[in-house]
Design a protein around this ligand. Structure first.
Ligand SMILES: Nc1ncnc2c1ncn2[C@@H]1O[C@H](COP(=O)(O)OP(=O)(O)OP(=O)(O)O)[C@@H](O)[C@H]1O
Ligand SMILES: [Mg+2]
Length: 245
């Protein structure tokens, strides 16, 4: 039947790590003479309830790793399992709905809808999930107030500073209470005080939802040290994996 949406539920795997990445390889332009081998035999698990920082030099493959883990980009070999689902075996359509229900993305370049206000950007995922407009708007307003944008909700992204846009992007990722947050330098454009507030928001979110995990890419040692664990990537490989808490 056309128009039917296949929703992929998380399987009953509460005792397993939320994410299991095995022998993950990613090549761009595979088989061509300008092939770029970005991720090489990456392996790690992320248990539920953990906030993990991914660090590493520019170009080492951090954004690529987040994109393939979140199903936005294809990988070349290996496997990625999220909540009992091998995402390599999921159709693109199922993955779209799986992401909507379970993953909150905070993109390095925000990816906000330019013609929609901050409030509309944050309301959208809830509308897609079937919330009534009134409930969606009320929830989105509370979220934006929480990140200090109560007085900027009706502005377009182009009328907001970089840090304000970033907070809209963070709100949009958190609003659906996903099981997995993937943040690509989510505090990169924030001053230290606002960064600290956002880190507290992440920590509170995970405390209140111990079934979830948060993965953030950061170049800041201070931010990384507020996480439970630091995974360092160098030249497409896991260089170190340090548990802090
Ligand atoms: N579409 C693409 N085609 C070919 N190569 C790509 C593509 N996207 C990324 N790359 C290359 O893959 C490597 C990893 O890129 P990626 O964006 O994952 O790095 P990063 O660790 O996130 O860097 P940064 O800290 O600067 O954000 C880089 O060498 C980049 O040039
Ligand atoms: Mg990047």
């Amino acid at each position: 039947m056309t128009g039917t949406i296949t929703r992929l539920k998380l399987k009953n795997t509460e005792n397993m790590p939320l994410i299991r990445v095995n022998s993950l390889d990613k090549k761009y332009n595979e088989g061509k003479n300008n092939e770029v081998h970005v991720l090489k035999s990456i392996e790690f698990d992320i248990p539920r309830g953990q906030m993990i920082a991914i660090m590493g030099p520019s170009g080492c493959g951090k954004t690529t790793l987040l994109n393939v883990v979140g199903g936005l980009d294809k990988y070349s070999s290996g496997s990625i399992n999220i909540g009992g689902n091998n995402i390599g075996e999921i159709s693109e359509r199922e993955m779209t709905n799986f992401r909507l229900d379970n993953i909150g993305f905070i993109f390095q370049l925000f990816n906000l809808f330019d013609s929609q206000t901050a409030l509309e950007n944050v309301t959208l995922p809830l509308l897609l999930q079937g919330y009534s407009p009134d409930d969606a708007i009320e929830k989105a307003k509370m979220m934006l107030q929480e990140v200090g944008l109560g007085d900027r909700m009706n502005h377009l992204p182009g009328e907001l500073s970089g840090g304000q846009q970033q907070r809209v992007a963070i709100s949009r990722a958190l609003i659906t209470e996903p099981l997995l947050i993937l943040g690509d330098e989510p505090t990169g454009d924030l001053d230290s005080e606002t960064s600290a507030d956002i880190m507290k928001l992440f920590q509170r979110t995970i405390r209140e939802n111990p079934q979830m995990s948060i993965v953030i890419v950061t170049h800041s040692q201070t931010i990384a040290e507020q996480c439970d664990r630091i995974l360092r990537i160098e030249h497409g490989k896991v260089a170190s994996d340090e548990v802090l808490k």
